[in-house]
Design a protein around this ligand. Structure first.
Ligand SMILES: [Zn+2]
Length: 311
């Protein structure tokens, strides 16, 4: 962090450094954090609720509980990273699977009333690209992609300085990558999610008769069969990313979540697959980096990035 020398008089500057507020709202849980403008988490709080049985009043209570962390901080604003379908313009959560109380929930209005701060909301997977853009490996770039891996799969794309977030657009998990694949939770067949999330990896490792089923353990086992399963997983992840590269040529892909456990080999397999997909040599050769932010902080950094993006 760069420090301004205390002796230099800056009469126009505020007395205290202003902070960034971030909230992550997912089924069953609300997390809130106060961050410095450099993206350091200074304080955090969490509240839980019963996803299936909660009423909107229960959501209000959980939000108020977590938002207690903002008391006494001079916030530039609060960015909310929400699961499900959101309407950023109206500040609403439209729909979250298995959480009826969040259907049409006015999250920016409620949080604004609780804190007095300006509040914005965006979809969690899209938003994390702003965490990378302001605080991570995407700094200085106007176009790149940020990828959630593991239980939750999704891609956020920054294109020429703007987060691609068209109304009705999604984060990529339900792109069709196989014409006759497995049935997905959404009802369709062959979604990217059916072959490139933790559930697929566990099932594949079990079907192969491997004792270990987590990515970390498979990579560490040294078993050649486990290695094959890991490579297959990396190829499946690359399937969706190749489509993103073909359409938007982000050039840089920053992987968050489970991919960290895959180590250098996993990263290399994904990167090589992307490079094969670049048709002409004049284009930027795609690079894959693994994000260094703590997994729990990725969405919060995205929320803080949303605040900075709208100053
Ligand atoms: Zn699907």
């Amino acid at each position: 962090m760069r420090l301004v020398p205390a002796a230099v008089p800056r009469p126009a500057a505020p007395a205290a450094p202003r902070r960034l507020g971030a909230v992550e709202l997912v089924p069953g849980r609300v997390r809130a954090a106060v961050l410095s403008v450099a993206g350091r988490v200074l304080d955090r709080a969490e509240a839980s609720y019963d996803a299936a049985g909660a009423t909107p009043a229960d959501i209000d209570a959980a939000l108020a509980g977590a938002a207690g962390v903002f008391a006494g901080h001079d916030l530039q604003g609060i960015g909310v990273a929400a699961a499900g379908l959101v309407d950023p313009g109206a500040g609403l959560i439209l729909e979250v699977n298995d959480v009826p109380a969040l259907h049409g929930y006015p999250v920016t209005e409620r949080l604004g009333a609780l804190t007095g701060a300006g509040v914005r909301v965006e979809h969690r997977a899209r938003l994390q690209v702003l965490g990378d853009r302001w605080f991570g490996a995407g700094r200085g770039r106007r176009t790149f992609a940020s990828v959630s891996t593991g239980e939750v799969l999704g891609v956020g794309v920054l294109y020429d300085g703007e987060v691609m977030a068209p109304p009705g657009g999604r984060s990529g998990a339900h792109m069709t990558v196989s014409a006759s694949g497995e049935r997905c939770t959404c009802g369709a067949r062959g979604c990217w999610k059916t072959v490139a999330t933790t559930g697929w990896l566990r099932a594949r490792a079990r079907a192969a008769g491997l004792p270990a089923v987590g990515l970390d353990a498979l990579v560490g086992s040294g078993d050649p069969l486990a290695g094959q399963v890991v490579d297959e997983y990396a190829h499946n992840l690359a399937l969706g990313l190749v489509n993103v590269q073909q359409l938007f040529a982000p050039g840089l892909f920053i992987l968050h979540g489970e991919a960290r456990e895959g180590g250098e080999r996993f990263r290399t397999v994904v990167e090589e697959r992307l490079r094969e997909a670049v048709a002409f040599t004049e284009a930027e050769q795609p690079r894959v980096l693994v994000g260094t932010a703590a997994v729990d902080d990725v969405a919060l950094l995205g929320g803080a990035g949303l605040v900075l993006s709208h100053l």
